[in-house]
Design a protein around this ligand. Structure first.
Ligand SMILES: *Cc1c(COP(=O)(O)O)cnc(C)c1O
Length: 353
């Protein structure tokens, strides 16, 4: 338990007194619905799925299912338009533009910094250890300033693929007086337990997950935030009233109902990850393939620029990460199907050298 964490102290004053948008329907529910200026004649096509009606602003059915699936309570679950919306809302709730700061630990996901720039928030960066990409806990805590509101941790980390030591994550949650945002976008590909159920024990812990990776539903844009109830309440107040559309909610529910298929696919990708790693390691142009608990492999080449360009010439697109700290000559390769990985490997072999 973080003894001196005080949520009220770190919420922006304008958010604390915000009166959220309210629809008349929330008070009455079903009936003759002439309150929202929807089109009474329906959609322009026959199979309308009630799309002429606004969606549920609270996403109750979807959030109930997520809660049940992860072993948490619905009050601790927020659903947004990708993880991006969760990140954006947390900035808006906790960080005063031009005043507050956040801390990130590169090499990591770029969106935390982009969002900071959008909100005019300064970013302090503490690099992960070069050996093993772990968290330099003492250095992070020393870098925290009185106006550092949020600390972003990504585990498994993108682009490095490793998870952080549990004890380090715990220490940071306990010692940091602001919000620790733990991004678990790749948690289902790892052997670690999710921290999501722990949000009831740690009032400053916020966990991000997404249906974009393990569920294979990047196209529907559904991200999940877990946090103590009061933080979720603020997120519900600040979000756009109808942020999750009906089509997305419906597909997300179907996805959760097919969790066994998802797990089966995740297992297949983990096996393929191992195979791909073995094959990459046999190539002379490959210096190192980092251990990964995600669905990609950070791979160090002798000349990453050259490999990147020549693969692109053959319409094989991977991600150049050589500009990231500690990632010189590194490319990030998403684990594909066995066929796709075979194509990649044979293309690399043809590059020779
Ligand atoms: C892919 C990814 C996400 C997912 O973002 P969405 O907006 O949910 O698609 C989040 N965090 C990290 C670190 C990622 O790599």
């Amino acid at each position: 338990m973080n003894r001196s964490f005080d949520l009220q102290k770190i919420i922006r004053p304008n958010i604390k007194k915000l009166v959220p948008y309210h629809s008349a329907r929330e008070d009455f529910g079903e009936g003759l619905l002439l309150d929202a200026n929807e089109n009474s004649l329906g959609t322009p096509f026959p199979d309308d799925q009630q799309l002429h009606r606004y969606p549920d602003p609270k996403q109750t059915k979807l959030r109930d299912l997520i809660a049940e699936w992860r072993g948490v309570r619905t009050q601790n679950v927020f659903t947004g338009v990708g993880s991006d919306e969760g990140i954006d809302l947390l900035y808006r709730i906790f960080c005063g533009p031009g005043q507050d700061r956040v801390l990130t630990t590169p090499p990591t996901y770029g969106m935390y910094n982009v969002s900071a720039n959008i909100h005019d928030i300064s970013v302090d960066q503490v690099l992960l250890d070069e050996e093993g990409f772990q968290l330099p806990v003492d250095q992070i805590l020393e870098t925290v300033k009185p106006n550092t509101k949020m600390l972003f941790l990504c585990s498994p980390n993108n682009p490095t693929g490793n998870t952080f030591a549990t004890e380090d994550i715990r220490t940071l949650i306990k010692e940091f007086q602001g919000i620790v945002i733990l991004d678990e976008a790749y948690i289902d590909f790892s052997n670690r337990e999710s921290w999501a159920p722990k949000v009831v024990d740690y009032p400053n812990l916020v966990v991000l997950q997404t249906l974009s990776k393990s569920f294979g539903l990047a196209g529907i844009r559904l991200g999940i935030t877990y946090a103590q109830e009061e933080i979720i309440d603020y997120m519900m107040k600040v979000k756009a009233p109808y942020n999750i559309n009906k089509l997305t909610a419906e597909k997300a529910i179907k996805g959760l109902q097919n969790w066994e298929t998802v797990q089966f696919r995740v297992d297949a990708i983990k096996k393929e990850r191992k195979q791909l790693k073995d094959k990459l390691e046999q190539l002379k142009m490959v210096q190192h393939v980092y251990e990964s608990e995600a669905n990609f492999l950070l791979t160090k080449f002798t000349d990453a620029q050259m490999v990147y360009k020549q693969l692109a010439d053959q319409d094989i697109i991977i991600r150049y990460r050589g500009n990231q700290p500690h990632c010189k000559n590194c490319l990030r390769i998403t684990v594909g199907t066995p066929d796709e990985n075979e194509r990649l490997i044979s293309a690399l072999k043809k590059l020779g050298s």
